[in-house]
Design a protein. Structure first.
Lengths: 171, 102
């Protein structure tokens, strides 16, 4: 139990520290590397909650796929000029005030509803014992969620075609 | 030390969401705005996984997979648009891209 607590705080520190560095660094490359730290912390949190499949997906897809895409674009687009200019826009004060208002509301609701989050007995409904995490996800994904799964594949196809059309000079 | 409960994960997720929102609202560099959107989507995923674990129900993890699929599609299209914009306007600052007049 103590190990869990310590690990949670280590991963939370990685997540939040990486996130703060991501939005404050001048250089986009430094921001991308901080974002990788943050995403790895999120992957650790998945592992702590017995979501092993999502842990693997997070590392392979986010760190290996999306961040690679970001790094490619940062190197393709010349950002040296942008790093020397002003980093924050003129509305940053208004934005901070608005975000703190939302944050105060969220903090109030989490605090007020704290007691309702203690789930007395874990509901082990419907899942046969002995099935691994990946098998359970596969059962749900290819059974109950088959139509959304197929729609997601169409969405990815549209995204691939769309990004090629956007990035190409002439079709 | 208190044991870690769902509330801890909710608080962490809310904090990450707010940091991402600050990034989207205040930064000028479009690449970093896109990265902040990834932070927001990760906050959503932490929330889904926390409830999935607390209720011992795998549906939350399936939804997290769909959120990741959306994040991939959004990043691909967003970065494609960014490359097209940079080719035409030679800038990546969000407030210098003011093609629409009002």
């Amino acid at each position: 139990m103590l190990t869990d607590t310590i690990l949670f705080y280590i991963f939370a520190l990685l997540v939040l520290g990486g996130a703060v560095l991501t939005i404050t660094r001048h250089s986009a490359m430094h921001a991308a590397i901080s974002l990788i730290v943050s995403l790895l912390g999120v992957a650790g949190l998945y592992l702590m909650q017995q979501a092993e499949f999502l842990f693997a997906v997070q590392i392979i897809l986010y760190v290996g796929g999306i961040m690679l895409l970001f790094l490619f674009v940062i190197m393709l687009v010349n950002l040296d000029q942008a790093a020397k200019q002003r980093q924050f826009n003129k509305q940053w004060l208004v934005a901070l005030v608005a975000v703190s208002a939302v944050g105060a509301q969220v903090a109030y609701f989490i605090r007020a509803g704290r007691d309702s989050f203690h789930f007395a007995a874990p509901l082990v409904a419907g899942t046969p014992a002995g099935l691994g995490n990946t098998e359970q996800i596969a059962d749900a994904l290819f059974g109950e969620y088959l139509l959304p799964f197929e729609i997601a594949s169409v969405l990815l196809l549209v995204a691939v075609v769309g990004s090629v059309v956007m990035a190409k000079k002439r079709i | 030390m208190h044991p870690i409960t769902t509330v801890h994960y909710l608080a962490l997720s809310a904090a990450l969401l707010l940091i991402g929102t600050v990034g989207v609202l205040t930064r000028r560099n479009i690449v970093i705005i896109l990265m902040s959107i990834e932070l927001i989507l990760n906050a959503v995923n932490i929330n889904l996984i926390a409830f999935s674990h607390a209720l011992q129900n795998v549906n939350g993890q399936v939804f997290a997979i769909f959120v990741i699929v959306d994040a991939v599609a959004e990043a691909a299209v967003g970065l494609g648009i960014l490359i097209a914009l940079f080719r035409n306007k030679e800038t990546v600052q969000a407030d210098e891209i003011d093609l629409l007049k009002w």
